[in-house]
Design a protein around this ligand. Structure first.
Ligand SMILES: NC(=O)c1ccc[n+]([C@@H]2O[C@H](COP(=O)([O-])OP(=O)(O)OC[C@H]3O[C@@H](n4cnc5c(N)ncnc54)[C@H](OP(=O)(O)O)[C@@H]3O)[C@@H](O)[C@H]2O)c1
Length: 235
């Protein structure tokens, strides 16, 4: 089995790598980081440096790997040092919006573009992107965080669209978006104050939830948005 984790340097990405390493799955693991190579080392783990919002970096990465069974995009972004998510549309800023698109939307489109032929096995393969419930249009009851919301809603549309296209071109591939719940990582750190302890998950727990979910899913489940608890979220 061959597994690629995009954003292996992130909180959830690193936990996914650790879970695959300790699991019974005999796999070659590939993982990406953007700046500093993480400490996680294993005989079966190969690290690649890549800016996953860069067309040329994703193309080069796709040329370094042949076939894959599972591709998980665990990269993403929310705040900048200079700006936190908007409380009102009056705070909208094009640069911040572009930052969110680069972190949350463009990577999955590039991965779909360059990795479709890697996921064409005769058995079930998986193309997964970490999204967020906040990107569900139907579920949006409180507003706010407009750039992050829009970038995850666009990611969800990308996942749905890729799933429809691949149903015909590579019917064994299960294409899904995954909501991890509020997880204790660098991304959520500044916003954890009002989160009750039982609703703040460890990255390890979330990684286990995703592995358990993938174990149950087949290509018949393609084109859905799943929560950490295995339930489908409306798009
Ligand atoms: N944590 C939560 O509560 C929560 C809730 C809902 C959804 N999510 C989603 O879950 C995913 C993982 O988040 P996390 O909590 O693990 O966050 P994290 O610890 O901040 O990790 C995010 C990772 O994405 C990488 N990244 C961002 N843009 C990149 C780019 N252009 N090229 C390469 N790598 C890039 C970062 O690399 P650098 O470190 O090099 O920047 C980092 O490794 C994200 O999509 C996030 O939106 C998280």
């Amino acid at each position: 089995m061959k597994i690629l984790i995009i954003g292996g340097s992130g909180g959830i990405g690193a936990a996914l790598l650790e879970q695959f390493i300790v699991s019974d799955i005999k796999a070659t693991l590939y993982a990406t980081y953007r700046s500093t190579q993480p400490q996680i080392q294993h005989d079966n783990l190969v690290w690649f440096k890549a800016d996953i919002a860069s067309d040329s970096d994703v193309k080069k990465l796709s040329e370094s790997i042949t076939n894959l069974d599972i591709l998980i995009n665990a990269a993403g972004g929310l705040s900048l040092a200079s700006k936190t998510p908007e409380k009102s549309v009056k705070e909208f800023d094009t640069e911040f919006f572009q930052h969110n698109l680069n972190a949350n939307t463009i990577p999955t489109l590039l991965l779909g573009k360059y990795f479709s032929s890697h996921l064409k096995a005769k058995h079930t393969t998986y193309f997964v992107s970490l999204s967020a419930r906040i990107g569900s249009i139907e579920d949006n009851k409180i507003g706010g965080w407009i750039s992050y919301r829009c970038s995850k809603a666009a990611l969800n549309m990308a996942i749905k669209t890729i799933s429809i296209e691949w149903k015909f071109r590579q019917p064994n591939c299960c294409v899904i978006a995954f909501h991890p719940g509020t997880t204790d990582t660098a991304l959520s750190k500044p916003f954890q104050k009002n989160v009750p302890p039982h609703k703040l998950f460890t990255a390890t727990y979330v990684a286990q939830c995703l592995l358990e979910l993938l174990d149950k899913l087949t290509s018949n489940d393609t084109g859905k948005f799943y929560s950490f608890d295995g339930k489908a979220i409306p798009w």
